[in-house]
Design a protein around this ligand. Structure first.
Ligand code: PFF
Length: 453
C-alpha cells in the first residue's frame, strides 16, 4: 500500500504544515472576540494553560496514532487495532474534515471576493450604508459566492494534488512566514491608531469576575478547535512525519505558533475595531461587516494606507484559510489513495467533487435554499454546528481513548520517545500519559456535553 509513502522533508516543514492547519479562521474570527468576552488577560492565561496542558497532549496522542501507523485515518485503525470497531473512528476522522471543508471553502470564497473588493477600493468608494449591506447581499446572491467557492476550493485542491512534499510542504513554507509578517504588520498598525487603547485594554485588562467555569470550557473548546484536533488532520499529517523526528518538539512548536498567531490576530483586529468605535462581534460579522466599515472610515483621511491595510488583511485571511483547507482536504485524499488504491490526482478530483457539491448547498443556503431547514438551521449553519459541536469532539474523545486505553502503553512510549532514544521525552512521558489517559477524556467529554446541551 505505502511502499513509497512520502514524508515531510524537515522539522521546519512539519511544524509549518501543522501550524498552517492550526492557524485559520478560528484564530482570526473567534479568538479575539472570545478573549474580550471572557475576561481579557485572565482568559488568555487560562487559554495558554488549556492549550499546553490539555490540547497539546491530545495533539501528541493523535500524532502518535499517525506516525505509529504511517497510514491514513482508516488505515491507521486497521494497522493499530485490526478487525475491531475502532475502524469507525477511522471513518469518522475521514468524514468530519469532508463536512467541515465544504462550508469552510464557502467562507474562503467570501474572503476571495472581499480581496477583490479591496483591490478595487470598494470599501473607500462605497457609502457606509452600501458597505453595511455588502455582506448580506454577497451571501444571499447565487452566482458570485459559488464562483469564489469554486476558485478557492479549486486552488486548494491543486496544492494537495502536488503531493505532500511538492504541494503541502512547499505551500506551507511560503504561506506561514508571509502570514506572520502580515499579521505583525497589521497589529503594529492597529495598535498605533488613535483610540486603539480601549481595544488593547479589552484584550489585556484582566477581569477575574468573568472567569467563570464556563470560560474554562470555552478556552478548552477554542484551543481544541484551533489546534485542528478530532478531525483526522493531525493523524494524517503525522503519518508523513519521519521516524527520527521528535514529536514532542514539533507538537510544542505547532502549539506555540498557533497561540502566538491567535494573540497577534487579537492585536491586529480589536484595537482597530475599538478605534472605530464599534462593538466587536464574533464570526463572519467581525471580518466581513465590521472591518470593511473600519477600512471605509480610515479611507476618508488616509485612502492609500487604508486600501493597503484592507488588501493585506484579506490576503492574510485567504492564506490562513487556505493552509487549513489544504489540511482538511488531504485527510480524504490520503484515505482514497491508500484504501481505495486511487492515484493522487484522481483522489483529488473525487474529494473536490464531493466537497464542492456540498459546498454549493451550503452557499445557496443563504439565498435560494434559505427555506431548507435541518433541525431549525439552514444547511450551512447546521453543518457548521454539527461538525464543530458534535463530530469534532466525538472524534477527539475517541482518539484519546484509543491512545490512552486501547494502544499498549509500551507502544505509546516507544513512539513518544523514538524507541527510548529521546531521554528528555522519556522524562516527560509519565505526565503526558497520565493526562492523556485520565484527564483528557474527561476534559473532552466536558466540551462535548457543554456543546451538546
Ligand atoms: N484550526 C483551523 C482553524 O482554527 O480555523 C482549522 C479548522 C478547525 C477548521 C476546526 C474548521 C474547524 F471546524
Amino acid at each position: 500500500m505505502s511502499q513509497s509513502r512520502e514524508t515531510f522533508g524537515s522539522r521546519a516543514a512539519v511544524i509549518m504544515a501543522l501550524a498552517g492547519s492550526a492557524i485559520g479562521l478560528g484564530n482570526i474570527w473567534r479568538f479575539p472576540y472570545i478573549v474580550g468576552e471572557n475576561g481579557g488577560a485572565a482568559f488568555i492565561l487560562v487559554y495558554i494553560a488549556c492549550t499546553l496542558l490539555l490540547s497539546l497532549p491530545i495533539f501528541l496522542g493523535e500524532s502518535i496514532i499517525g506516525r505509529r501507523s504511517g497510514a491514513n485515518c482508516r488505515g491507521a485503525m486497521e494497522r493499530l487495532a485490526p478487525g475491531t470497531h475502532w475502524k469507525w473512528l477511522g471513518y469518522l476522522s475521514v468524514l468530519t474534515p469532508m463536512v467541515i471543508v465544504s462550508y469552510y471553502s464557502v467562507i474562503g470564497g467570501w474572503s476571495l471576493d472581499y480581496l477583490f473588493k479591496s483591490l478595487s477600493f470598494s470599501f473607500i468608494r462605497e457609502s457606509p450604508e452600501a458597505i453595511g449591506g455588502m455582506f448580506g447581499s454577497l451571501v444571499s446572491s447565487t452566482w458570485a459566492p459559488l464562483l469564489f467557492h469554486t476558485l478557492f476550493l479549486g486552488a486548494s485542491i491543486v496544492v494537495v494534488a502536488f503531493g505532500v512534499k511538492g504541494g503541502i510542504e512547499k505551500f506551507s513554507k511560503i504561506c506561514l512566514p508571509v502570514l506572520f509578517v502580515l499579521i505583525v504588520a497589521i497589529a503594529v498598525y492597529s495598535v498605533t491608531l488613535p483610540g486603539a487603547k480601549t481595544g488593547v485594554d479589552y484584550l489585556l485588562k484582566p477581569d477575574f469576575s468573568k472567569l467563570t467555569p464556563r470560560a474554562f470550557v470555552t478556552a478548552l473548546g477554542q484551543s481544541f478547535y484551533s489546534l485542528s484536533l478530532g478531525m483526522g488532520i493531525i493523524i494524517t499529517y503525522s503519518s508523513y512525519v519521519h521516524k527520527e523526528e521528535n514529536l514532542l518538539v514539533s507538537g510544542v512548536g505547532t502549539a506555540l505558533s498557533d497561540l502566538f498567531f491567535a494573540l497577534l490576530a487579537g492585536f491586529a483586529i480589536m484595537p482597530a475595531v475599538f478605534a472605530a468605535g464599534i462593538e466587536p462581534s464574533a464570526g463572519p460579522g467581525l471580518i466581513f461587516d465590521t472591518l470593511p466599515y473600519i477600512f471605509h472610515q480610515m479611507g476618508q483621511t488616509m485612502p492609500v494606507v487604508s486600501s493597503l491595510a484592507a488588501i493585506l488583511f484579506f490576503v492574510t485571511i485567504l492564506f490562513a484559510a487556505m493552509t487549513s483547507t489544504v489540511s482538511l482536504l488531504e485527510v480524504g485524499v490520503a484515505f482514497l489513495i491508500e484504501e481505495k488504491q486511487m492515484a493522487r490526482k484522481a483522489a483529488c478530483v473525487a474529494v473536490f467533487c464531493v466537497t464542492w457539491l456540498v459546498g454549493i448547498l451550503c452557499s445557496l443556503s443563504f439565498g435560494p435554499l434559505s427555506g431548507v431547514k435541518l433541525f431549525g438551521d439552514g444547511i450551512f449553519d447546521f453543518l457548521d454546528k454539527f461538525s464543530s459541536n458534535f463530530l469534532l469532539t466525538l472524534g477527539g474523545l475517541l482518539a484519546v481513548l484509543f491512545v490512552g486505553w486501547k494502544m499498549p502503553k509500551a507502544a505509546v512510549h516507544d513512539e513518544f520517545t523514538n524507541g527510548g532514544v529521546l531521554k528528555g521525552n522519556s522524562a516527560c512521558f509519565g505526565v503526558f500519559y497520565f493526562i492523556l489517559k485520565y484527564v483528557a477524556p474527561l476534559a473532552v467529554l466536558l466540551i462535548f456535553l457543554t456543546n451538546f446541551l
